[in-house]
Design a protein around this ligand. Structure first.
Ligand SMILES: Nc1ncnc2c1ncn2[C@@H]1O[C@H](COP(=O)(O)OP(=O)(O)OP(=O)(O)O)[C@@H](O)[C@H]1O
Ligand SMILES: [Mg+2]
Length: 247
């Protein structure tokens, strides 16, 4: 991003964004409710345009329908799809991309199977979306995002509504996708703890500007307290584990 500002309607959401996210990194995106995290995701997808400045994603200006970017949207925007089979939802990830053109029958089924396997969801692909657990739904949503074999994955609060074990499962899955496939990951979250072992960097929305920094610099009591407007303590244990807690 170079000197990017974004408005929704007449309202300035944030401005002065200038940073580079390294290809292949696993970056958390944090900031209070309404600070503009989903807006940032939307900008990268080309769904909204910046008011000033320029954005390059994977070496090219943003554009809509880019199959090189996979999205796992906030709040299960698939929630109305309860009666649809999980594997049909995964196939919908091909809609509107050249990947889907001419793919039918056995070829389509094989492509969907591959995406289901990538998130270890083969055993429930045949069930209706409304019948599977929240964690399984999130896997299906990730499979849908992966079906075009993107080089970048954007996840907007994929941990919301999951219990601790479910959160760890999703984070480890995303870590695997990042590590094994070299997919660049931007992961919007309100809870940093499940991510701290895997992320290398963060984008943090503070005082109306998104900033980029490495974990050791950003995961700091003073900075997180200022960011969230409530006391946050960062603790580093003797064995190198880092965690945050609110007082
Ligand atoms: N389509 C829209 N039109 C006008 N304002 C909008 C629109 N979408 C979002 N906003 C406003 O932009 C601001 C940033 O919203 P955004 O959804 O990006 O925040 P967020 O950081 O993702 O919040 P949350 O943590 O609650 O998901 C909010 O004040 C919101 O009301
Ligand atoms: Mg949001």
């Amino acid at each position: 991003m170079h000197d990017v500002a974004v408005h929704r309607g007449k309202r300035l959401i944030w401005s002065n964004a200038t940073f580079d996210v390294p290809v292949g990194s696993f970056t958390a995106v944090i900031g209070p409710n309404g600070s503009g995290k989903s807006t940032l995701v939307n900008l990268l997808l080309g769904g909204i345009k910046p008011s000033t400045g320029s954005i390059d994603v994977l070496g090219a200006p943003t554009r809509t329908g880019n199959p090189e970017i996979g999205l796992v949207p906030q709040n299960h925007s698939l929630a109305h799809a309860g009666s649809i089979l999980c594997r049909d939802l995964v196939a919908l990830g091909l809609a509107g991309t050249r990947w889907g053109v001419g793919l039918h029958g056995r070829d389509l089924a094989a492509t969907v199977d591959e995406a289901l396997a990538a998130v270890d969801a083969q055993s429930f692909g045949h069930l209706r979306f409304g019948e599977v657990s929240g964690g399984q739904q999130q896997r299906i949503s990730i499979a849908q995002a992966l079906i075009t074999k993107p080089r970048m994955l954007l996840l907007d609060e994929p941990l919301s509504g999951l219990d601790l074990a479910g959160q760890v499962d999703i984070v480890e899955l995303v870590h695997h996708i990042n590590h094994e496939r070299g997919v660049t990951v931007l992961f919007v979250t309100h809870d940093l703890n499940p991510l701290l072992a895997h992320i290398d960097s963060l984008i943090y929305l503070i005082d109306g500007t998104p900033e980029f920094g490495m974990v050791d610099d950003v995961v700091d009591s003073g900075l997180l307290t200022r960011l969230y407007g409530t006391p946050v303590q960062v603790t580093r244990s003797a064995d190198g584990c880092v965690f945050t807690r609110t007082e």
